[in-house]
Design a protein around this ligand. Sequence first.
Ligand SMILES: NC(=O)c1ccc[n+]([C@@H]2O[C@H](COP(=O)([O-])OP(=O)(O)OC[C@H]3O[C@@H](n4cnc5c(N)ncnc54)[C@H](OP(=O)(O)O)[C@@H]3O)[C@@H](O)[C@H]2O)c1
Length: 283
Amino acid sequence: MGRMTDSTPQIPLIDLGDGRAIPQLGFGTYQVPPADTEKVVSDALEAGYRHLDTAQMYGNEDGVGRAIAASGIPRDELWLTTKLNNSFHEPAAARDSAERSLEALGGRIDLFLVHWPLAMHGDVARVWEAMEGIRADFAVDSIGVSNFTPANLARLSDAGLSTPSVNQIESNPYFVNDEVRAACADRGIAVEAWSPLAQGAVFGDPQLTALAEQVDRSVSQVVLRWVLQRGDIVFPKSSSPERMRQNLDVFDFELNDEQMASISALHNGTRSGPDPDTFDWRG
Ligand SMILES: NC(=O)c1ccc[n+]([C@@H]2O[C@H](COP(=O)([O-])OP(=O)(O)OC[C@H]3O[C@@H](n4cnc5c(N)ncnc54)[C@H](OP(=O)(O)O)[C@@H]3O)[C@@H](O)[C@H]2O)c1
């Protein structure tokens, strides 16, 4: 089960500038309950996803690891991202937690991210140095950050540290986040767009519904197409195999410039998640 079929769409790869390339479209696992995770992720692999996004904070790494093991898919055909939890920023705790994630996830992590900058609690350069050590010493291929602001990114370069391979940030039609995207582009950092569907808020939007009817696709497909055409990496979450397949089926149509601009114009500054400048949860 779970093998590529002739009908599995070809997913473009994005060059991370660190010698590795990531599938541009993957599957997100935030709010997938631990007890359901093995089944949901198995369904996603069966649907054709080959890039999975989890986090220590989600509490579901074990289920992701079991689904990968059960799938029989060769490990080098998969991309697996997880994230350092907020309570483990101290170097020794970061290393211990990386070892626990590696054990849960079958011994290899493609991309390990600092989940939140927690800049109010210390220096983002310190946790980034710990990440560099983890990449050097463990089976972690690429490292990156999440929810980093332009100031957080500047702190890493000012400290003479390496450039993160990605920054995973909220980006969707209501919160386009173009200021952070531009700072990432300036530094050659790939952008991953989290909550692309605004955690479901895009459904029922009259303008998106009209545009979806115009191009004869679903609202989800139109929004995912907008993210992909902006060049970002994306991993929608769904618990339904039918919606998982629908979200993968976005490589046989294109939005024109006017349609792209009409989606970007929906930006109203409403976030689906916390503001990194004030988020202070150490978890
Ligand atoms: N780094 C961070 O701080 C951070 C924060 C948030 C999220 N993320 C990552 O980004 C991923 C995606 O974001 P998200 O999970 O917050 O939200 P999302 O992908 O924007 O939206 C998920 C919601 O949309 C629904 N949905 C998905 N496809 C659909 C379709 N085709 N038709 C109708 N409804 C559909 C899902 O319902 P059903 O399940 O019922 O289909 C679910 O309620 C996460 O899973 C996680 O991996 C990272």
